[in-house]
Design a binder for this molecule. Structure first.
Ligand SMILES: CC(C)(COP(=O)(O)OP(=O)(O)OC[C@H]1O[C@@H](n2cnc3c(N)ncnc32)[C@H](O)[C@@H]1OP(=O)(O)O)[C@@H](O)C(=O)NCCC(=O)NCCS
Length: 184
């Protein structure tokens, strides 16, 4: 069940999601906007970042993506987080020495203790034009002092694209659940 509250104009709150129909979350005072945890980070590719083929090493980019997603999760949850899964990690094109790499992370969906974070990676040319090189969806789980999953704030949806991401996030969550059941 999903409770949707119209707040004002386009602003919609998607703050409860439970397959059991049982409401959960931290309450209306603990909802946060997507923009409150969004992070943009820039790196320049240096020699130490290259693989044998002279391109940005995929593992390095994955580290940057995981780190950024974790920071977005910490900002939203206001708790430590751990990465539960990474999916839709697509390498669209390579990056090379001195390229400027821009990563943008934002929360797209929240469950009870988990958050889906989308990270888009671009190469930015000197004239500021960005070409996408990677898109990933990560699931972060907030943990308490004992390392146990703990509730996260709901998400306030303000734009059509945030709404579309939320709806797609529901489908991705279901796919992940099915994969877990199948043992992946
Ligand atoms: C992530 C982890 C805490 C989940 O433990 P668990 O016993 O399945 O806990 P729960 O069943 O209470 O699930 C907690 C949340 O994680 C989600 N989750 C669990 N496994 C998941 C997976 N593989 N992919 C995506 N989400 C997952 C659940 O859907 C649930 O979300 P919700 O509360 O929003 O509904 C546990 O698998 C773990 O500690 N994994 C290792 C994480 C790690 O060390 N990462 C690398 C370093 S950061």
């Amino acid at each position: 069940m999903r409770a949707v509250k119209l707040v004002s104009g386009m602003r919609v709150r998607y703050n409860r999601h439970s397959e059991t129909g049982k409401p959960f979350g931290k309450g209306d005072d603990m909802e946060k906007k997507v923009s409150e945890s969004r992070i943009e980070q820039v790196y320049q590719v240096r020699p130490a970042h290259l693989n044998g083929a002279g391109r940005l090493f995929g593992g390095r980019l994955m580290e940057w993506i995981d780190e950024l997603a974790g920071l977005v999760g910490i900002r939203h949850a206001q708790h430590d987080v751990i990465t539960a899964s990474v999916d839709n990690l697509k390498f669209i094109r390579g990056a090379y020495l001195k390229d400027l790499i821009v990563l943008i992370g934002r929360v797209t969906y929240v469950g009870r203790t988990s958050m889906e974070v989308r990270v888009d990676t671009y190469i930015e040319s000197m004239d500021g034009i960005r070409k996408p090189i990677n898109r990933a969806y990560l699931t972060l789980v907030a943990i308490d002092e004992k390392g146990c999953p703990t509730e996260v704030p709901g998400l306030i949806i303000e734009t059509e694209s945030e709404k579309a991401e939320w709806e797609a996030g529901i489908r991705r969550r279901e796919m992940r659940r099915q994969r877990r059941e199948e043992g992946f």
